[in-house]
Every structure is written in C-alpha cells, then in structure tokens.
Design a protein around this ligand. Structure first.
Ligand SMILES: Cc1ncc(COP(=O)(O)O)c(C=O)c1O
Length: 374
C-alpha cells in the first residue's frame, strides 16, 4: 500500500486487507471483442439459438426489471449433477462459490492446503480473510504432488483442503480415487473440490456430497456452457453446509438472465457434450500436433486450455496480440516463460497456429547468428 492510499482512507482497515492485492485480469483495458479471445479459458462459440431466444424472451418480459428468482433453477442443476435439490446453491459465478466456501471454512489465521500454482481467486480470497496458504508445488511437468500433498496435510492439519480438478493454470487432473481418499481420510477438515472444468474430464466427486459432510464441490456455467459473461456457478454440498453458505450470500446475487440462460443450457446437455467432445477429441489434438511440429514444448493438460513455452514468451504474446489473438502470459513461479492458450473453434485454432508458426519461423530467422552478423 502506498502512503497516499493510507492517507486517503480515514478509518481503520484490517491488516490482512491492507496486505492483500486486487485480482486484476490481463488485457483489462482492451476491447476484447475485436480479438480471437484465447486468454481466459472462455468458450468462444456463439450462443446457441435456444439460449439466445430464452434471453430475448426474458428481456422482453420482466427479467431485467424484477429481482431474480433462482427457485426453478436449483432442481434443474441438481438433476444435471445427480443429487437432491437441497444439495445445490446457485452462485454468481464459481468465483462466488470460492468466496463463500473459503470464507466459511477458513478462519482468520487458519490455513488452506492447496497445490501451487493454483487458480488465483483461491489465494485472493484466502488473503482477504487473513488465512494462510499451505502451498505444495506441482511437479516439474505440472503433475499433482500426491506424496508431498498428503504428507503436508498430515503434518500441518490445515483448516481447509482445496483440490482443483483439473487445475487452472497448470491443467493438471487429480486421480479421482485420490480425491476421495483425501475427503474420507480427513472427515473433520473441510475439503473444497473445484470442478470448473468437469465437463472436459467427466471425472467428478459431486455425487459423494451425499456421503461426506465435509465436502464442497464447485462448478461453473462459464466454460462448457459458454456463459462466462452472465456469471453463474453452483456449490454442491450437504444441506447443512448449504444452510451456512446462504448466510454468507446475499439474496439476489445470481441475476435473472443468468438463471434464464442456465435453465436453457440445461435443456441441451447432449449438444453441449458433443461440443465438448469435439474440443477434446478434435481441436486439442490438432493444436498439440501442430505446436509439436513447430517445435515448441506444450503441456496439453485436461481442460479447455494448453500451456506453451516459446523461446521468448513476452515477444510471442505481443506478436499474437498484434495479429488479433489474445493468449495469457503466465507469471506464477514455475510457470514464467509460458503462455496459456484456450481452445477456441477449429478455425480459430488454425489461425492461432498459422500466426504462431509465422512468429516462430520469423523469430528463428532473425536470431540465427550468421543473419545477425551480416
Ligand atoms: C479452476 C477455476 N475455478 C473457478 C473459476 C471461476 O469461474 P467463474 O467464471 O464461474 O467465476 C475458474 C475460471 O477461470 C477456474 O479456472
């Protein structure tokens, strides 16, 4: 915090808030609609007609003027997940699910075990509540650190264990039996399992919430359901936990257009699954093959994005930007020098590959010693 900030606020702010930092996404001041947007793990597909029609009907009706009514959505989500409706709480994006569950389970001064680098909102919220992170680094190829994680949990007995499956930004999937063993072995520790990318793996522990009262599963409509701008997520947990989370949420946090679009998406789950299968079985293998041919190291991960290590990351990201393509450069320890690229349509990814190939070939020509000396 700067001196001018401390002078400008005339009341006391808790030390852990003073020490925390805001979460500021990259490319914030840009009109991203003019770009191929492969920087935020969004779904770049246009809205399905049925979802668009439902939104138009909502706007033509009273969706914008009235306070939202999430009631009808909860059973639809519960049906999709395969749990009773009282196990579900709709949230304003999964970010709010993270906010509510971390605030519920992490007391000031308490600790949260998580493999690092983790999805940034987790440490953002942990910092804001004055919690401590017990971070266990991923392996050199971003593999989950099974033995080290278990040892750290046993030794430190944290208040909260967070498993992000698969993780963003590393793309790492965690063995589902291991996830269950962590939940089962620590019945008195809260366990959050973030399944934002569940649709891309098909691996879930959401059904286990009926068996384990220490488990909270987080999901989102931002990725496979292509609704990042509308902000809809949900928590799956035992009704007793949902009851406590409701105390931390405000009554109208989930907006009516998100509710309308979410319900419309849940009426076309099979189509969504076909889109996801295309992304996983066609688009991702194409990108991995093409980047491997170009000769850059690539980590495909288990979600709708990949990690790439060009020779000069900042130059590659700037080159792609100037050609109308946004990717995300990584700054977390262990990831510096890499960029993350989300899966768009096959056409968008062909364009990405073409521009990136031109960049790498041009770059290697410029940097060849004999060329430089001339
Ligand atoms: C692992 C993970 N969890 C949660 C979220 C938040 O998703 P939402 O858009 O629903 O807030 C993201 C978004 O990128 C994510 O990668």
């Amino acid at each position: 915090m700067t001196t001018s900030e401390s002078a400008a606020v005339p009341f006391r702010i808790a030390d852990h808030v003073l020490g925390a930092s805001p979460y500021i996404p990259e490319w914030l001041d840009l009109d991203r609609s003019a770009f191929i947007r492969l920087d935020r793990n969004e779904n770049t597909a246009p809205l399905p007609a049925s979802v668009r029609d439902a939104l138009v009907r909502g706007v033509d009706g009273v969706a914008a003027q009235s306070y939202p009514e999430p009631g009808p959505l909860q059973p639809l989500i519960a049906d999709y997940v395969g749990v009773p409706p009282e196990y579900v709480l709709a949230t304003n994006g999964s970010d709010q699910g993270i906010d509510l569950t971390v605030r519920l389970a992490l007391p000031p001064g308490g600790s949260m075990a998580v493999a690092r680098p983790e999805f940034a909102v987790f440490h953002h919220v942990a910092d804001a509540v004055g919690g401590r992170i017990l971070g266990v680094p991923y392996g050199p190829d971003f593999e989950f650190p099974y033995a080290e994680f278990s040892a750290a949990v046993r030794a430190e007995r944290p208040d909260l264990i967070t498993l992000i499956n698969p993780n963003n930004p590393t793309g790492t999937a965690i063995d589902i039996d291991y996830v269950e063993s962590v939940i089962a072995d620590h019945p008195d520790i809260a366990v959050i399992v973030d399944e934002a990318y569940y649709e891309y793996t098909g691996h879930t522990v959401a059904g286990l919430t009926t068996r384990y009262p220490n488990l909270m599963v987080l999901r989102t409509f931002s990725k496979a359901f292509a609704m990042a701008g509308l902000r809809l997520g949900y928590v799956v947990a035992a009704p007793e936990i949902i009851g406590h989370l409701r105390k931390l949420q405000n009554p109208f946090d989930v907006n009516q257009l998100a509710i309308v679009a979410g319900a419309a998406q849940l009426a076309r789950v099979e189509e969504m699954e076909r889109e996801v299968a295309h992304a996983v079985r066609v688009v991702k293998p194409y990108v991995v093959r093409a980047l491997t041919e170009i000769g850059v190291p690539v980590w495909p991960g288990s979600a709708n994005f990949l990690l790439v290590r060009p020779d000069d990351c900042a130059a590659a990201v700037a080159y792609l930007h100037d050609a109308g393509i946004l990717v995300r450069s990584m700054s977390a320890p262990g990831l510096r020098g890499l960029f993350r690229v989300s899966l768009g349509s096959l056409e968008e990814m062909r364009k990405f590959v073409e521009v990136f190939r031109t960049y790498v070939q041009g770059d290697s020509v410029q940097n060849r010693p004999e060329e430089v000396e001339r």
